[in-house]
Design a protein around this ligand. Sequence first.
Ligand SMILES: Cc1cc2nc3c(=O)[nH]c(=O)nc-3n(C[C@H](O)[C@H](O)[C@H](O)COP(=O)(O)OP(=O)(O)OC[C@H]3O[C@@H](n4cnc5c(N)ncnc54)[C@H](O)[C@@H]3O)c2cc1C
Ligand code: SF4
Ligand code: SF4
Length: 397
Amino acid sequence: MASINIIKEKCVGCKICIGSCPFGAIEVLEKKANIGQKCTLCGSCSESCKFGAINFMMERVEREDFSEYKGIWVFAEQRYGKLKTVSIELTSKAKELAEVLQTKVTVVVFGSEVKHLSKELIAYGADDVIIMDAEWLNDFNDHVYGELMIDLIKEYKPEIVLIGATSNGRSIAPFISSTLRTGLTADCTELEIDKAERLLMQTRPAFGGNLMATIICPNSRPQMATVRPKVFKPSNPDYSKKGNCILLTVPSPIEGFVKKIRDIDNDTGLNLTDADIIVSVGRGIGNQKNIQLAQELADALGGALGASRPVVDSGWLPYSQQVGQTGKTVAPKIYIACGISGAIQHLAGLADIEIIVAINNDPDAPIFKMANYCVVGDIKEILPLLTEKIKNKKIKK
Ligand SMILES: Cc1cc2nc3c(=O)[nH]c(=O)nc-3n(C[C@H](O)[C@H](O)[C@H](O)COP(=O)(O)OP(=O)(O)OC[C@H]3O[C@@H](n4cnc5c(N)ncnc54)[C@H](O)[C@@H]3O)c2cc1C
Ligand code: SF4
Ligand code: SF4
């Protein structure tokens, strides 16, 4: 634990410390510095005072012996017996990290009729696949799946656990980490290994995406991270690779907090994360009715419809279609940004895109700096023209 206080007798009110606090937690009132509620005990200000008035203390935590924790685990998600792409991406990444640590990759799958998935997971890098197969595990339930994962982690002691930052992953990961009293870094965009310390270096955007922070978890195990779909690329599968499929007998059904009443298929068409072409609308679209213009272009191209946050915040499109730091990470071949300014938080959701087309009526819009094709004009006029051209081209073919 850390603590901070100002030694009032030493403080001369020079205000130098104010600039050293990234959280704006210090103010000087009546020539004395005060630390306010915003303080996160980060320690950045501790060296800034030439008068020795800042008393910052960090209690040293003795590191436990973690030598019995071994291996990298991936919690794999599946639906209707088909693996989610993020699970394959994470298995591939886990293999890469395991090579540095000289350890094994284990993938855990829960579900009903899911034994066949081990072959694919082994091809993408798993050494062992732990499967719990039972009818009552057919539907994801964060409490039930979480309890099972916690028991497995306690028994097998993996040093790292990776989980997809999907809606299911985002609910199970904190349940596991808080129960095991370990650290969890959400929405990582890079994972590396500090080999000497056997630490997972978990990088993710911080301060509204304005800087990248690398987070470590030195004092507890396992080290846990979630990663969004499409952040990592899957490796080339090797179906000749050998691995072990460990079928564990499932304990009797666990009673979850949440009960399924009925299934609702909310599939709104082509999945944003799988689409090769995305037409995305921003605030420049003006109103909900105009979104139809972008939908028509997406349909003509066989693509999906995405959105910037203001469009989602206005209720014009559902959150599942938001692209960006707090939405989805997408990696289509072509991304058509319509009336989107190009804020850093939106661009954070664009991974590995081959071609960006931007349509904006402001020639100085920041999105043009990263676009391959820049169209200056009113989207309400340009979108119907583009749609017509695409449709005509298809008819001529
Ligand atoms: C912590 C945090 C997380 C965030 N997460 C996300 C996120 O996940 N995704 C996201 O998108 N944003 C996110 N944001 C918001 C982000 O900062 C921007 O505010 C947002 O991306 C802006 O959306 P926009 O480009 O649609 O709107 P604006 O910035 O308002 O841009 C609208 C653009 O449309 C153009 N335009 C207007 N009319 C027309 C027209 N008729 N024809 C052509 N062009 C026109 C304008 O010139 C302008 O460039 C986040 C912000 C924060 C602080
Ligand atoms: S704490 Fe130190 S740096 Fe801050 S106002 Fe007081 S004397 Fe100046
Ligand atoms: S410890 Fe960090 S957050 Fe707290 S006052 Fe100092 S710089 Fe600001």
